[in-house]
Ligand binder design. Structure first.
Ligand code: GLU
Length: 276
């Protein structure tokens, strides 16, 4: 079967070499096998996304020599799809509202650590429904969390195929009760990615290894929502000469700055290790 791959950046900054690697990886896997390569802009968090970064993504990928199939999917245009998924999960009884602040969570004595920081200690999991509804009605900020334990019990044993690891048994509890939506942002990364990969018919998800723990949660959400499970290939993170991970926040050189300094697309592709 010809693969359908995707590149799914968030427009919260300009693309750097790590993104170029990720995009080229997904693109070349599709193109070399006669498959399809899709572009999805993950712009749900309106407080961090900016239109100039969205335009920048299109310009930078085009400059790199990448083309994609069909329309670009922008998540901000598809809230109804995510809302439908939330309602399905609500009907299964695997979601609860949580009113804890970041400070509450960081200060909780019993918070164990997961791959992405402290796990949610479950404070609001047992909040009686009438109290939760009353607090939501007063306008208190809240997050909708997945009751991962209950959801895992409902879904049973799950696994996914990973290119380097083979068949991996899903262990979603390692991320705890993740946030699926917030009052101000009606769906989270985990939910939108899972729904979109299915709706777009993605058959091979390629992304950096730091998202491997997230894949375990996505597998669980697929089972709960009755969605197909793609194959996964997690690639290593690109690092700078000092071994530090390339990141927007750490000021990794952007494709834009490489271009403005006279760098060519061919050299940039080579720097990212392509063709390989
Ligand atoms: N939007 C995510 C990011 O920019 C990537 C999502 C994914 O590939 O699953 O980190």
């Amino acid at each position: 079967m010809q693969p359908v791959t995707r590149f799914a950046p968030s427009p919260t900054g300009y693309l750097h070499l790590g993104h170029a690697f990720s995009a080229l990886d997904a693109w070349s896997r599709a193109r070399s096998a006669g498959g399809r390569f899709l572009l999805r802009i993950e712009d749900i968090d309106r407080t961090r996304c900016r239109p100039e970064f969205d335009t920048g993504i299109i310009e930078d990928l085009t400059w790199l020599g990448l083309d994609w199939d069909g329309e670009v999917r922008r998540q901000s245009a598809h809230f109804a799809d995510y809302q439908a998924a939330i309602e399905k999960l609500q009907a299964l009884g695997v979601i609860y509202p949580c009113f804890c602040t970041r400070k509450d969570i960081a200060g909780a004595q019993s918070a164990p650590h997961g791959p992405d920081g402290p796990l949610y200690p479950g404070t609001c999991r047992t909040l009686p429904a009438d109290i939760a509804v009353a607090r939501m009605a007063t306008g208190s900020p809240y997050a909708l969390r997945l009751d991962t334990g209950r959801a895992t019990a409902l879904a049973g044993n799950l696994s996914f195929r990973e290119e380097s690891l083979g068949t991996v048994a899903a262990a979603p509890e390692q991320l705890g009760d993740v946030v699926l939506a917030r009052r101000e942002i009606p769906c989270s990364y985990h939910l939108c990615v899972t729904v979109d990969d299915a709706l777009q018919g993605v058959t091979l998800v390629t992304r950096a290894i730091d998202l491997l723990p997230a894949t375990h949660i996505h597998r669980l959400l697929q089972a709960l929502l009755g969605l197909p499970t793609p194959d996964y290939a997690h690639h290593p993170l690109l690092t700078d000469e000092a071994g530090a991970r390339l990141a927007k926040r750490a000021g990794a050189p952007t494709l834009r700055s490489i271009r403005e300094a006279g760098g060519t697309a061919e050299n940039t592709r080579k720097m990212a290790g392509f063709p390989r």
